[in-house]
Design a protein around this ligand. Structure first.
Ligand code: XMP
Length: 517
């Protein structure tokens, strides 16, 4: 296994994902996690991430010395390389030219790390690589024992290595897909240099989790709040496989779900997979609690509170349950760890409605805690969940409660569900669904004038939103084809009732958020 020490780069999670994609388990720890934790992890190799700081200052993050005492191969990326160079007495200088984006590096002396890797050969017979650079500082003088592996015009030491000790540094980012041979470079480091076999496969993850869950919960009953979202669905499938009828899912129908979603959840889990699911029809309770409330944050609080009430009431009727299962995934764990140490650049502002109180006196089982979203999805498919469900766009915990702007009135729900369903099915039909990251309809409680035949109509507005994004922190609106939008708009106005106008949202994030509330 590979340990990734995080110096605060926006790409750290990507490094961990890439290493896992090539079949090796990896974990991220903050660089200052402490010697014991680093040693206990017993890594076969350590990757030092990039980071926003400059090694030039006395208080800039340093590589903990324990890293060099373990005798394992090291790969420093960007800041990680600079910190390694500094540690061994090399020189790091601020760069006048900042490089950001594509660069072409020429291999100088490939060493173990680049053996057999190249994009093309130039006229002078040098092997060249297309890479993704982002740096201000750079290494200008090699530390003792290191050789220059590759160069660019602006960074003569773009890669350095010591094949004796297996220490390597790269100024560019092998973890991003823009570095065409990035995967092969990581493979060479992880497989050949660190000697890790590709054993982290979907089947191995599942087998490992099944065993762990069985051991953890024994013959106890486990409760799970099933929402229909990807994470809780995969937890349900996994626990069902592990412990069968000891799993009891509670599915709260808030009335703020997508078109026919409640029935679909029951069909997939109860009927198709044979999972024990109790459906609680709490539509009226949610609607009553939301009456007269239009502030978005207030609505979120109410929905969260009602959810806990309903869930707790259902759980009370199952005193035999000793465990509560949750769909926490690895990025949530990393982010909350980062938030604790104050290192996280990204603080999650949204919490899932499923955040249940600790007083429930149930022990927690979180089988996805070590997994990235793409791993969760692969497990879901392997366990027989429908692809459509597993690859679904994210849906916010408060559901349509934040997609009906202002006060949530019962009569707004159905037209919105229908409009959203039309939009989504048309996207699927046109093979566009997987090309956008999230798409949905929003109900605007403003009336506008329309004319149908000879009659004047004074009805509501539906806004359509489709975005492309990698991390949902920033996003651009999707350039959907005009003829496609025209077709969707006509269908919505004809079929939804009470809608006389459809608009398409052309705002990016920032400044607009993805949701309208
Ligand atoms: P925004 O609107 O902040 O959304 O750009 C970013 C992502 O988060 C989702 N989102 C939520 N998810 N509870 C959730 O579980 C919420 O209250 C919530 N608000 C937004 C949104 O759908 C998008 O994927």
């Amino acid at each position: 296994r590979i340990l990734i020490l995080d110096f605060g780069s926006q790409y750290t999670q990507l490094i961990a994902r890439r290493v896992r994609e090539i079949g090796v388990y990896s974990e991220i720890m903050p660089f200052d996690v402490g010697d014991q934790a680093i040693a206990d992890f017993a890594a076969s190799g350590i990757i030092l991430s990039g980071g926003p700081e400059s090694v030039a200052f006395d208080d800039s993050p340093r590589i903990p010395p324990v890293v060099f005492e373990l005798g394992v191969p090291l790969l420093g990326i960007c800041y990680g390389m600079q910190a390694m160079a500094t540690h061994f007495g090399g020189t790091v200088s601020p760069s006048d030219e900042k490089e950001f984006g594509y660069a072409e590096v020429a291999l100088h002396e490939p060493g173990e790390l680049f053996r057999g890797i190249e994009d093309r050969i130039d006229a002078d017979g040098r092997a060249l690589l297309e890479v993704w650079m982002s740096h201000g500082d750079k290494v200008t003088e090699l530390p003792l024992g290191f050789k220059t592996l590759c160069t660019t015009p602006s960074a003569p030491i773009a890669g350095m290595g010591d094949d004796e000790r297996h220490y390597y540094g790269l100024q560019f980012h092998p973890e991003v897909t823009h570095t065409a041979q990035g995967k092969r470079i990581l493979e060479r480091f992880v497989h050949e240099i660190c000697g890790c076999g590709a054993t982290w496969t979907t089947e191995a993850i599942i087998d490992d989790q099944l065993e762990r869950v069985r051991e953890q919960v024994g013959s106890d009953t486990v409760l799970l709040g099933l929402s229909g979202g990807v994470d809780s669905s995969v937890v349900a499938a996994l626990l069902h496989e592990a412990i069968g009828n000891q799993l009891l899912c509670i599915f709260v129908d808030t009335g703020l779900l997508r078109y026919q979603e409640g029935d679909q959840v029951m069909a997939t889990f109860a009927e198709h997979l044979g999972v024990r699911v109790e459906r609680v029809n709490a539509q009226k309770q949610f609607m009553d609690a939301l009456a007269g409330v239009s502030d978005p944050e207030e609505k979120r609080k109410i929905i969260g509170r009602e959810f806990i009430r309903v869930f707790e009431a259902a759980a009370k009727t199952h005193q035999e349950a000793a465990w509560l299962a949750q769909g926490t995934i690895y990025p949530d764990v990393i982010e909350s760890a980062g938030a604790k140490t104050g290192k996280a650049k990204v603080i999650k502002s949204h919490h899932n409605v499923g955040g249940l109180p600790e007083e429930m006196n149930l022990k927690l089982v979180e089988p996805l805690r070590e997994l990235f979203k793409d791993e969760v999805r692969r497990i879901g498919i392997e366990l027989g969940l429908p692809r459509e469900l597993v690859m679904r766009h994210p849906f916010p915990g408060p559901g349509l409660g934040v997609r009906i702007l202002g006060e949530v009135r019962p009569e707004f729900v159905e037209p919105l569900q229908k409009a959203d369903h039309i939009f989504i099915s048309e996207l699927r039909q046109a093979n566009l669904y997987d090309q956008v990251s999230q798409a949905f309809a929003v109900f605007l409680p403003v009336k506008s004038v329309g004319v149908v035949g000879d009659a004047r109509r004074y009805e509501y507005v539906i806004a359509l939103r489709a975005v492309e994004t990698v991390d949902f922190m920033t996003a651009r609106w999707a350039y959907l084809d005009h003829a496609f939008l025209d077709h969707v708009s006509r269908r919505i106005i004809n079929e939804c009732g009470g809608v006389s106008r459809v608009v398409y949202d052309i705002s990016g994030k920032p400044p607009a958020t993805i949701e309208w509330e």
